[in-house]
Design a protein around this ligand. Sequence first.
Ligand SMILES: Nc1ncnc2c1ncn2[C@@H]1O[C@H](COP(=O)(O)OP(=O)(O)O)[C@@H](O)[C@H]1O
Ligand SMILES: [Mg+2]
Length: 219
Amino acid sequence: MRDRIILNSVDLTVASGESVAISGPSGSGKSTLLMCALGLLKPDEGSVLVRSERIDRLSGRRLLRHRRESIGVVFQSGELLPELTPVENVAVAALLDGVPRAEAFTRAERLLADLKLPTDATDTGALSGGERQRVAVARALINKPALLLADEPTGALDSATRETVTDLLYSLPDRWNCGLVLVTHDYAVARHAQRRLLLQDGRLTPAPQRAEAECGVAK
Ligand SMILES: Nc1ncnc2c1ncn2[C@@H]1O[C@H](COP(=O)(O)OP(=O)(O)O)[C@@H](O)[C@H]1O
Ligand SMILES: [Mg+2]
């Protein structure tokens, strides 16, 4: 269906080291916006630049390469293979980027140790939800992305682990000099961002101060 406009005159620039939280009602286009940044969806008009490259004009191998080199993504859940170890899950992302095997595994081990996550032979599926989500963050970071995208990254977590994962995500722009775009329904998560935006009726605007209005959840 091409007659419905999901994103309309959306204008967003994210700087290195900056964190931006985007909230908005379900179906407002938050995931669609991230898909545009990933080059998975091409907007009918306008442009999408990631590290100065028009990602909306890339396709095939060049798109895959630019995405792998420039962008890390964390979803609500599901990007990890439960039967692999955390090290394997994280190293895979580097292997796909062409990093030699030994280096990919060393990098993955260092990153996981830095995030206080197991580097032994434990299956990823045996970890707690919060630990798994931190492994997913490590996986997103392994190729040193300029841009980190997170789509409801705490949506499947309880409140205690939600805080740990939130703190980790917001520490990354500073430590890794990447831009962070975090999509969340949850004001407790959004409020820690340097910039908070609301996506509604296709428009991206500064979020109002009121928590309920910001997250677009009328209850
Ligand atoms: N693959 C698709 N094909 C057609 N419509 C879609 C597709 N994915 C999402 N949509 C529609 O686009 C709108 C925005 O969806 P989405 O970006 O997933 O919203 P959000 O992440 O804010 O909940 C919704 O109305 C949804 O139904
Ligand atoms: Mg979504």
